[in-house]
Design a protein around this ligand. Structure first.
Ligand code: PLP
Length: 358
């Protein structure tokens, strides 16, 4: 099936095939990679290879460390204020959708949070008007959500740096196009969308921020301790790490982030055109300048057709199109493992469905 789910998402077929072929005996060790000690030579060498590949794919400068952590993006949202805020400091957040609010919920348990601006009154259909943004003087950092997975709102231009370092949730658009990490203090992404399996999270953090004292907290919550131990402070999710490595290598082989940017632009343009040219049968109301290339929510003109659409699309081999319960309708997620021909198939199905039910 084609999996259009928002996550865990489709994995590239060559990755699944390699995983199958290597699962019982990895690199001649006579064991599965899932069975090997993370402290042994073969796995340590693999971890180094994966870091080098990730650095190359994402063009991460030496000024930044790459951490491979467990706990998902939500855990990072809690760890970030603990690591970057000193007692009494405030963190600034831009609110562009559901996941910005979750980030605030996690942070406000441990630090003071200021909302720079929110698009909630506009139903998260556009970005907050820049002239309305208010920053805290001396904020510990400025958090933005690179792509709102539920609302389908993407920030194509990261905000100019204020005095506060930029922290970006790249969970659902990392590696979808080139990103200038030299302008970012910290970025994090659960791998389960564009990078592979769930259970492992990339945190890319400048060494300058790693040196911050942060709050009093257990060692296991310190980014600097994870960095010092090569992300092996405790037993890491080794199998997920390995699959992540296969996905990264696959993306490098496909031409890297510039190639995926062109593909993702073509894929998303085709689906938006199909929606916009349906004479109101399908609707996506997000403003043109922030329509996500990764997650495209849309509603059918008659919600009574939703169940039929889902049933027929599944029968046609397309799964995961049910929209998030907060918005209803449908959502197609177009991560890197989805090819242009997959979107052509989805659009052909949508046009045919409209002809039969319009
Ligand atoms: N941030 C964004 C943009 C997301 O899309 C998600 C999950 O869908 C999360 C954070 C939470 O990620 P996790 O489930 O890995 O904690």
């Amino acid at each position: 099936s084609l999996n259009f789910s928002a996550g865990p998402a489709q994995l590239p077929l060559p990755v699944l095939e390699q995983l199958r072929d290597e699962l019982l005996d990895w690199r001649g060790t006579g064991a599965s990679v899932a069975e090997l000690s993370h402290r042994g030579k073969p796995f340590m060498a693999l971890a180094e290879e994966i870091e080098a590949d990730a650095r190359r794919l994402l063009a991460v400068p030496d000024s930044h460390a790459i951490l491979f952590l467990s706990g998902g993006a939500t855990t990072q949202q809690a760890l970030i204020p603990m690591n970057l805020c000193a007692a009494g400091e405030t963190a600034d957040y831009l609110v562009t959708g559901h996941w910005s609010k979750v980030a605030i919920k996690q942070a406000s348990a441990v630090c003071a949070v200021h909302t720079v601006a929110s698009a909630e009154d506009d139903g998260f259909l556009r970005l907050p008007e820049k002239s309305q943004w208010t920053h805290t003087k001396g904020a510990a950092y400025f958090h933005v959500t690179g792509n709102e997975t539920i609302h389908g709102v993407e920030l194509f231009n990261l905000p100019e740096a204020t005095q506060a370092p930029l922290v970006v949730d790249l969970s659902s658009n990392i590696a979808s196009r080139p990103t200038d990490f030299s302008k970012i203090g910290l970025a994090y992404a659960g791998a389960q969308k564009n990078l592979g399996p769930s259970g492992i999270t990339l945190t890319i953090v400048s060494r300058e921020l790693l040196a911050r004292e942060g709050m009093q907290r257990p060692d296991i919550f310190k980014f600097a301790s994870h960095a010092a131990q090569g992300s092996m402070l405790n037993t890491p999710p080794t199998l997920n790490w390995y699959i992540l490595g296969l996905c990264i290598r696959w993306m490098l082989g496909e031409g890297g982030t510039a190639a995926f940017e062109a593909r993702n632009l073509a894929k998303s343009s085709l689906l938006y055109a199909t929606i916009d040219q349906s004479a109101g049968f399908y609707t996506n109301s997000v403003a043109a300048d922030c329509r996500s290339r990764m997650n495209i929510p849309f509603v059918l003109h008659d919600a009574a057709l939703d169940a039929v659409f889902l049933e027929e699309s599944e029968r046609a081999g397309m799964i995961g199109l049910k929209g998030h319960k907060a918005l209803g309708g449908m959502r197609a997620s177009l991560y890197n493992a989805i090819a242009l021909k997959d979107i052509e198939a989805l659009c052909a199905f949508m046009r045919d469905f409209q002809m039969r039910h319009g």
